[in-house]
Ligand binder design. Sequence first.
Ligand SMILES: [Zn+2]
Ligand SMILES: [Zn+2]
Length: 150
Amino acid sequence: MARLGAHGEFREEIRFCKFCGGMFRYYGYGYGYCEKCTPIDNEMFHRVKEYIWEHGTATMFETSEATGVSMKQISQYLRDGRLEIPEDSEIFIRCELCGADIRYGRYCPECAGRAVKELKSALKFDLFEIGERPKKGRMHYLHGSKENGK
Ligand SMILES: [Zn+2]
Ligand SMILES: [Zn+2]
């Protein structure tokens, strides 16, 4: 989904590519990669997405190994709200505020709700950054171990 600027207009600004760190012109949409890295990113993203949907219970480590995409990059997709993982997946990330398991995004619904109440008008995050809590609380995190029960 396109991400518009704070006021909904297309605004040109200089950003640093999340992948190579190079400067590029950002027009208020896209995921923060330069022209050079956008196709690479799209390709990696699809590889990860397909792998996760085919192997619903894979861990972050397995997914990274199988796709050749770094765990850091996979977690970036989750943080960006681009990647949503199946309900029975063992891949979770943590709420940036309280550390609760979430399936995607940056904050758990509880923290997001609290922030909305406290900040009211000044909502500092996008709706897609609020992640769902997983139904079952397995304990595999990003920095998690190689070994898993399966
Ligand atoms: Zn780049
Ligand atoms: Zn939280």
